[in-house]
Design a protein around this ligand. Sequence first.
Ligand code: 4NP
Length: 158
Amino acid sequence: MKRILFVCLGNICRSPMAEGVFHHVAASRGLVPPVEVDSAGTGSWHVGNPPDGRAQAAAAARGVDISAQQARQIHADDFADFDLIIAMDRSNAANLEALAPQGQRTKIRLFLDFAPTATTREVPDPYYGGPEGFDQALDLIEAASHGLAEYIEAEVRS
Ligand code: 4NP
């Protein structure tokens, strides 16, 4: 469970923030290495683009620099290359299930399943809203990142 891929729709808002925040949390707990992180979108519209400026600003305000990331689309080979494929919402998870090669669906998780006290199971898509949506998404992403780091710590030690 050391190679982790975060997935959303466009790979310019939620999954880049998740990649950056989780990397930050994992590094601060001494988990990098062995943990490696990446992110991808189920859609191809923004391939090659940096994260949305609002996502970059919201992450930077919490001390996380995501400016160097570049959007890419997930492909079926990612299921062999990663140990966990983490969806931001149920729509992403359904798209991942349709794409997963035989026997690889068990790698798919909903990110907020690692934040059991959150009142929602999905990170809302902030793309069409204002900057506050990015902060709300980051609150959920931070909570789930700590939960995921605890899960990985237990795996690494076992
Ligand atoms: P994300 O947000 O999935 O969190 O990266 C979106 C970004 C772009 C689009 C939709 C959602 N779009 O339709 O272009």
